[in-house]
Design a protein around this ligand. Structure first.
Ligand code: F58
Length: 840
């Protein structure tokens, strides 16, 4: 019998383009019908919408394969350096439309499907997106994969194939209700499993010293448990290039050898149970928001995908006969936040314990390989693991971390003699209480580069959260402002605007977003402005239709669409937006004939299931909506809509429909934000604080084209330092008082004064996120927004300028910076051969 993972050379060649995977309308039609029959196994008369979706998805996947395999082959032959992007989350969004755009056959596919009498848009909508992420961090990883492929950067994304992704959100009686996201229910046509490349991951147990055959003292780890990692690969095709990279997600399975012991002792049940325990590892994505809790399963998920990925990289080198001493020359491994930070210890362990490399060499390789991106300034979000949990699950890693720490602390002692406070602040181990392993510190010490995700954020890291590390290693720090892919967030989600832009400046902007500047030449063209407005109105009309269908609320598409769509969190201050709505409502109640610019307030976003205050904010939004939407005095001038189950698929409909984008986090709290970029690209104006990437967006679009309000970060620090008293703002501002009083007195809860009390008292007596301090500035700014919207010609000019000046925020720019400053990886062109050789 042959070893199952050994390649075997085979003779025939396959002609891959034309007949089988050609790109013409006719060939697409034939392939679609062929797949419906041979893959789905259905005659058309009994095929479901999902069968049609699958048939089309396989038709597209077939057309990716030649590019995908050729890319892998080219990279292998050329011995390139590859970026490995390690992320516990990849929020990919639906694949079908995006792949059609990358292949350049969107219109052909649409024509083919339409000619077959089917509804193309309905097929696109049929795709259940892989929601393998919480929010910005996971979506950033997805945008970066798109850009790396589009820029021909040899790259691979490594993560976890959660069986259940981020929960589905329903709204009942105004409250969020969660349900399981069964995204794999009807199969996933985009992935190919590669069980022949499975690897083993050890967990628990203890370590032993031994002397190897060369007389060297070594350590081995006797685990309590071994879990298999099975890779599932998804191709990521770049936009109009031949490069198709890989997203490799690991799924946990029981290691057979471990079942055997139980089988042999006749304990069939325990054997099967072992299997269930192993598979639990990748069952579900943690829906945590910014609070790191000591969950055993989460740490197990982290070591699992990190170990699988590092072993996989080593196997890739070993198969090519490349010595592991060259690991850092062949791979640049990016840690997306601290979730994969255990890689520092795991890479050391693999190099030393499994491959016999000495500590000093292993440490040099590790530091040269790894780099770390921080995504948060919230102290409660910095991951740390309790010592009990850590030592039980990862005894060998703890030994390695102790050794790293001892050398690291010596280093600090040399550079900062007699500074014990510094030593305890910087130690990899937090000695307080039960003692903790500090993952951000581990990442900083084990990496050659550390970056924040927007200019302000990177500055604050240096001054505050990672200040000691900056003083020790200033050369490691840099800023890499986030970006988003214009392929998904403009071309795919906003075809009408894309066509208009392209009709004026050609389609070069899709790969070179700076070219959008050319639109500035058309700002004074009244026809162009009219077309721009017509498009926005048509998109708003579509969203209005959707809102009517789903929420049963009539909204006026000519009203100002004011949208806040993102995870629900107190620091993002959705409730500040609500205070504005109630302010306008109070004005109407005081004088029903007061002038009000009609507005539709739209919210979307999920709250972490265990985050009570965030869930109460959702309830408040819906309760305010119930009152405002149905009060005859309002005369439909204000509408409040909460759109349930906000995800990537839905976000694509929302960004293009906004007139105003709400980016109103407290200054110094939002690391970057990326929704801010997506809205603005699609011609929305922004109301925002000087937080995260808002600062840079405002610099780009011009202060006069951005609605700025609120305290700056230094002002926030100052106010907090001198003792912030929210109640004072409440007492001294009658409009604010009236707003809070209306909530507190049950104005949105049928007289129930208890319901929103936790929110009201938090605002009045604590208000960590300074809503009351920023209230008046926000209201004044919103009044300027309302005034500005009345002049539609002027507003349109601003809208065009916002789009035109967003070039900087393409993820292509971010990736170029990572490549030059951190990864030292160069583009590699992939050329397609006419034939693909089976078996090579
Ligand atoms: C986000 N972080 C930042 N974390 O909040 C946002 O400002 C930034 O634009 C984005 O990263 C990309 O850099 C974020 O999304 C999470 O979702 C974590 C998931 C794991 C638990 C803790 C929150």
């Amino acid at each position: 019998q042959t070893v199952p993972n050994q390649p075997i050379e085979c003779v025939p060649t396959v002609v891959v383009e034309d007949d089988r995977t050609g790109l013409s309308v006719e060939t697409l039609k034939r392939a679609f019908q062929d797949n419906l029959f041979y893959i789905q196994g259905k005659f058309a008369n009994i095929a479901t919408q999902n069968d049609y979706y699958m048939a089309l998805a396989y038709t597209v996947r077939d057309r990716l394969l030649r590019r995908w395999l050729t890319t892998a082959e080219t990279h292998t032959h050329q011995g390139v350096r590859t970026v490995a992007y390690l992320s516990a989350e990849f929020l990919m969004g639906p694949h079908l439309g995006n792949n059609l755009i990358s292949l350049g056959i969107y219109d052909e596919a649409k024509q083919a499907i339409t000619e077959l009498g089917l509804d193309f848009d309905a097929l696109l909508q049929q795709e259940e997106e892989p929601g393998l992420g919480n929010g910005g961090l996971g979506r950033l990883a997805a945008c970066y994969l798109d850009s790396m492929a589009s820029l021909d950067i040899p790259s691979i994304g490594y993560g976890i194939r959660y069986e259940f992704g981020i929960f589905d959100q329903d709204i009942r009686d105004g409250w969020q209700i969660e349900s399981t996201d069964k995204w794999l229910r009807y199969g996933n046509p985009w992935e190919i499993s590669r069980p022949e490349w499975a690897v083993e991951v050890k967990l628990g147990g203890h370590t032993e010293r031994y002397t190897d055959e060369n007389g060297r003292n070594r350590t081995r780890w006797i685990p309590h448990e071994v879990v298999m990692g099975i890779p599932y690969d998804t191709p990521i095709l770049g936009y109009k290039t031949n490069t198709a990279t890989t997203l490799r997600l690991w799924s946990a399975a029981a290691a057979e050898s471990f079942d055997f012991a139980a089988f042999n002792s006749g304990d069939y049940f325990r054997a099967v149970q072992q299997k269930t325990v192993s598979e639990t590892l990748t069952k579900v994505l943690y829906p945590n928001d910014e609070s790191a809790q000591g969950k055993k399963l989460r740490l197990a998920q982290q070591i699992f995908f990190v170990s699988c990925s590092l072993q996989d990289m080593m196997l890739i080198l070993i198969r090519q006969g490349i010595p592991l001493e060259q690991f850092h020359e062949k791979f640049a491994v990016q840690l997306n936040d601290t979730h994969p930070a255990i890689a520092v210890a795991e890479l050391m362990r693999l190099l030393m314990d499994e491959h016999g490399i000495e500590w000093d060499t292993a440490w040099r390789i590790t530091q040269k390989t790894l780099s770390y991106t921080n995504h948060t300034l919230l102290p409660e979000a910095l991951e740390r693991w309790g010592m009990g949990l850590f030592s039980t699950l990862l005894p060998r890693h703890l030994e390695i971390i102790y050794e790293i720490n001892s050398q690291f602390l010596d280093d600090i002692r040399r550079k900062f003699p007699n500074d014990d406070a510094r030593l305890s602040r910087m130690s990899l181990i937090d000695e307080a209480g039960e003692r903790y392993v500090r993952m951000a510190h581990l990442a900083c010490v084990g990496s050659h580069a550390i970056n924040g995700v927007a200019a302000l954020h990177s500055e604050l890291l240096k001054q505050d959260v990672l200040r000691d590390f900056y003083e020790l290693y200033p050369e490691k720090f840099s800023n890499k402002t986030n970006g988003v892919t214009p392929r998904r967030f403009m071309v795919l989600s906003n075809p009408r605007l894309t066509n208009l832009i392209t009709s004026k400046i050609g389609d070069g902007w899709i790969k070179h977003l700076d070219d959008l500047r050319k639109l500035e030449a058309f700002v004074e063209d009244a026809d162009f402005r009219q077309q721009w407005r017509d498009i926005k109105l048509a998109i708003k009309q579509d969203l209005a239709t959707y809102i009517k269908q789903v929420n049963g609320i009539d909204v006026d598409p000519t009203s100002l669409f004011d949208i806040q769509a993102k995870r629900i969190h107190e620091y993002k201050r959705q409730h500040l937006d609500v205070l504005h709505i109630i302010t306008l409502y109070n004005r109407i109640k005081a004088n029903p004939d007061v002038h009000i610019t009609p507005r539709t307030f739209i919210f979307g976003g999920k709250a972490a299931p265990g985050y009570f205050m965030a869930k109460l904010i959702i309830k408040l939004i819906n309760s305010v909506g119930d009152v405002v939407n149905n009060d005859p005095d309002v005369r439909d001038r204000l509408k409040v809509v909460f759109l349930k189950d906000y995800n990537v698929k839905f976000a694509q409909r929302v960004y293009p429909a906004a007139d105003l984008s709400e980016q109103i986090s407290l200054a110094g709290k939002e690391a970057s934000g990326t929704g801010n970029m997506k809205f603005s690209m699609n011609g929305s104006l922004t109301i925002g604080t000087l937080d995260g990437a808002n600062v840079e967006i405002r610099d780009e679009v011009g202060a006069e084209n951005f609605f700025l309000f609120g305290l700056t970060t230094p002002e926030v620090y100052e106010l907090k330092a001198k003792g912030y008293n929210p109640y004072h703002y409440y007492e001294s501002n009658p409009a604010l008082k009236a707003v809070i009083d209306r909530i507190a007195s049950g104005g949105f809860s049928n007289g129930d004064t208890n319901l929103f009390n936790p929110l009201v008292s938090t605002l009045l007596y604590k208000d960590d996120y300074l809503l009351l301090a920023d209230y008046q500035s926000y209201i004044d700014c919103q009044d300027r927004v309302s005034q500005t919207y009345l002049d539609q010609e002027y507003w349109t000019r601003l809208s065009i300028l916002n789009s035109a000046r967003m070039g900087k925020f393409s993820s292509d720019r971010s990736i170029r910076e990572y490549c030059e400053d951190i990864w030292y990886v160069k583009p590699v062109a992939v050329e397609l051969k006419e034939y693909v050789q089976a078996g090579t």
